[in-house]
Design a protein around this ligand. Structure first.
Ligand code: OSB
Ligand code: MG
Length: 375
């Protein structure tokens, strides 16, 4: 596949409602889209960095810089046997996994189109539908959270994840559990606690949560192992797992029993497959995390979620939960059973609405055969 052209666009999309986590509130997304053309075929990827370095060290602006000044110039004009070879061109660039993932994933879309098969099949996916959960932001009161849970359950979602932080945890989980004694329930702290909170976090044991996600430091695998030995509920790592070595180490020392795989955080489909394979080998269930993506990132998440190790419902939900109008068609829809059908069309399996992308676009850059062209 000869990479003929790379286009980087920043689009702005406003979430229907603000999303609050322990690290802050998001409503206006600044999303980078990568469009690549190889052998005349266009493919799309999304860079899932947030606007600030509050989830991981990357931001929309660092990704713009790294793609513009380091990744695009290196890859334009290159001829690769497969998308899986792209990471080898980028080994000189340390970190910046989300920037790399957006680029690599666009090439995967192209490769699948060239082969005339859905991306999920090219990746080795085995499911013709995936199971879906939702991630619910922190709410002002437990009563309003219970109301929101009720709404999502009535839509069919198979697992509910509650964002928590100190002061908005046990009481909120208790209220939801009391109302819904049987649902698959989890919590995500986005690193809001420390090991000294072990006694407090142990209070969550009685709610039979399927997991507690990333309670401790974003880069601290070891402390999670110490916490896991003190509580009964399974820990799940999100922020800590950037590659297969992290997954290997975390599982080996007992830092978690479940892993959340996010395509951006692990550098794209190739890295995701490696983390997935380590987890399958160690019998650790995985699921697909979300980053408030547009339809393009969402479509890549759906494709990844069809791999055999994704045995738990992911944070992959309907376009309409986030956006008034998504940039793909059809939009991502969830069945009343809380599932998304794996698309039948080749490549990503959804069509990018170019008009809408142009409408939402605030800046763009273009590289053709190593020469930057103004657009
Ligand atoms: O930790 O999973 C997370 C959103 C932004 C940053 C981090 C996380 C999240 C979510 C939302 O939980 C998942 C989604 O619905 O896209
Ligand atoms: Mg998380």
């Amino acid at each position: 596949m000869k990479i003929e052209r790379v286009t980087l666009r920043e689009i702005r999309m406003r979430l229907k409602a603000p999303f609050e986590t322990s690290f802050g509130v998001t409503q206006e997304r600044r999303i980078l889209l990568v469009e690549m053309i190889a052998d005349g075929v266009s493919g799309w990827g999304e860079i899932t960095a947030l606007e600030s370095p509050s989830y991981n060290p990357e931001t929309t602006d660092t990704a713009w810089h790294v793609v513009s000044d380091f990744i695009a110039p290196v890859i334009v004009g290159r001829d690769l046997p497969s998308s899986a070879d792209l990471p080898n061109l980028l080994t000189g660039i340390r970190g910046h996994s989300m920037a790399k993932a957006g680029v690599e994933n666009a090439l995967w879309d192209i490769e699948a189109q060239q082969k005339g098969i859905p991306l999920w099949r090219l990746l080795g996916g085995t499911r013709d539908e995936i199971t879906c959960g939702v991630s619910l932001g922190i709410r002002p009161t437990a009563a309003s959270l219970v109301e929101k849970v009720q709404q999502e359950i009535s839509c069919g979602y198979q697992r509910i994840k509650l964002k928590i932080k100190p002061g908005k945890d046990v009481e909120f989980v208790a209220a939801v559990r009391e109302r819904y004694p049987k649902i698959m329930l989890s919590v995500d702290a986005n690193s809001a606690y420390s090991l000294g909170d072990a006694d407090h976090l142990r209070k969550l044991d009685k709610f039979e949560l399927i997991m507690i996600e990333q309670p401790l430091g974003w880069d601290d695998i070891y402390s999670h192992a110490r916490l896991q030995s003190q509580i009964r509920t399974a820990l799940c790592l999100d922020e800590c797992i950037n590659n297969r070595q992290d997954a290997d180490a975390a599982v080996a020392i007992g830092a978690c029993k479940i892993i959340n795989i996010k395509l951006g955080r692990v550098g794209g489909h190739t890295g995701a497959r490696r983390v997935h394979d380590v987890c399958v080998e160690r019998a650790v269930p995985v699921w697909c995390g979300g980053m408030l993506e547009s339809g393009i990132g969402r479509a890549h998440n759906i494709a990844m979620s069809t791999l055999p190790g994704f045995t738990l419902p992911g944070d992959v939900s309907a376009s309409s939960r986030y956006w008034t109008e998504d940039i793909i068609e059809p939009e991502v829809e969830v069945s009343p059973r809380g599932t998304i059908a794996s698309p039948g069309a080749s490549g990503l399996g959804y069509t990018v609405k170019r008009n809408l992308v142009e409408q939402f676009c605030v800046q763009s850059r273009n590289w053709t055969h190593g020469v930057q062209v103004a657009v």
